[in-house]
Design a binder for this molecule. Structure first.
Ligand SMILES: Cc1cc2nc3c(=O)[nH]c(=O)nc-3n(C[C@H](O)[C@H](O)[C@H](O)COP(=O)(O)OP(=O)(O)OC[C@H]3O[C@@H](n4cnc5c(N)ncnc54)[C@H](O)[C@@H]3O)c2cc1C
Length: 290
């Protein structure tokens, strides 16, 4: 079984300081699609910025004074050390306040938290990344890692879907990813008059290609119903269960397994997840939600 390495902590932050937000400047606000922005941040303390490191799939708690905190995945390249990216969808109290941020504003950050995609353990495999909607940002650092280390992986396929063509994230990067030998397959739930591509759910993209079950690993992030169907299609093609990884989302507060807000069965999603090998959460993902 492929195990998840312990999450890395930024060397500059002691473990007992992880409840204290550290201040970061907003260096750029990049609107992606309606109601979604990528926020680029740099710690005010240059030493901390230099020493801050994360692994693909980890998240930070983003703190806006007066509004609160929200867990947001890191969507940038871990080798790009001068700035940290978060793509945020405006859904509630904190994230709507994020929508009003401008370059030069200051926010608090705690992290990085959680487990990560085991990309280094999966070298030599064909990789399928399956993302729905806002599930793509936590997988983007994996894409950057693979592009930098392309020879270490076999066939790499990104299966990505959004509700409409206008909701697709990072479209300007697809060409670059394809040039880097990643097969980018896109689908939308509802087409518009401009759309010439596939219409349907992400899991349907499995019907468009063959995979080699003996050496394929799957990493998936998105709505839980989508991940369930992705897992179903992967298992139907005999991908071993211990080579399937899911990223789960639960409402969380402390980010480090103290408060219990994100408890899922025996796990705290913030600490034991968000990335889980599928066999660890199979029973919980199958349980009907209350
Ligand atoms: C590990 C992890 C990583 C995450 N990464 C990201 C990320 O990269 N980008 C991002 O935008 N969000 C991400 N989220 C989700 C984000 O933490 C929540 O959306 C957060 O609750 C927003 O805080 P808020 O105060 O704005 O909204 P809240 O006040 O918490 O919620 C307001 C309303 O929105 C609803 N709501 C909350 N979250 C969602 C949702 N995801 N979809 C639909 N409705 C929702 C709530 O049910 C509530 O009715 C992540 C969550 C986790 C656990």
């Amino acid at each position: 079984m492929i195990t998840l390495a312990a999450a890395k902590r930024p060397a500059a932050v002691a473990a007992d300081q992880l409840l204290m937000p550290l201040w970061a400047d907003v260096t750029e606000v990049h609107p992606e699609v309606e109601n979604l922005t990528t926020l680029w941040l740099r710690f005010k303390d240059p030493k901390l910025q230099k020493e801050y490191s994360f692994e693909p799939g980890q998240f930070n708690m983003l703190y806006l004074p007066g509004y609160g905190e929200a867990a947001i995945s890191i969507c940038s390249d871990k080798e790009q050390r001068d700035t940290i990216g978060h793509t945020v969808r405006f859904v509630g109290n904190v994230t709507r306040a994020v929508s009003r941020l401008k370059k030069g504003d200051v926010v608090g950050l705690r992290g990085p938290f959680g487990t990560h995609w085991p990309i280094e353990n999966l070298e030599g495999n064909d990789i399928i990344l399956a993302a729905g909607g806002i599930g793509l940002p936590p997988l983007r650092p994996v894409i950057y890692h693979i592009l930098r280390n392309r020879a270490k992986y076999g066939k790499v396929t990104l299966l990505y879907g959004a509700r409409t063509p206008a909701d697709l994230l990072y479209t300007s990067q697809f060409e670059e990813w394809r040039k880097g030998d990643i097969d980018v397959k896109i689908t939308v739930d509802r087409a518009d008059e401009t759309w010439k591509g596939q219409v349907g759910v992400v899991s349907m993209l499995f019907y468009n290609f063959r995979l080699d079950q003996a050496k394929t690993a799957v990493m998936t992030c998105g709505p839980e119903i989508m991940m369930r169907f992705v897992v179903y299609e992967a298992l139907a093609r005999r991908v071993p269960t211990d080579k399937i990884f899911v990223s789960l989302e639960r409402n969380m507060k402390c980010g480090q397994g103290s408060c219990g807000h994100c408890q899922l069965g025996p796990f705290f999603v913030c600490k034991d997840g968000p990335v889980f090998p599928y066999p660890r959460v199979e029973r919980l993902m199958k349980a009907r939600e209350a």
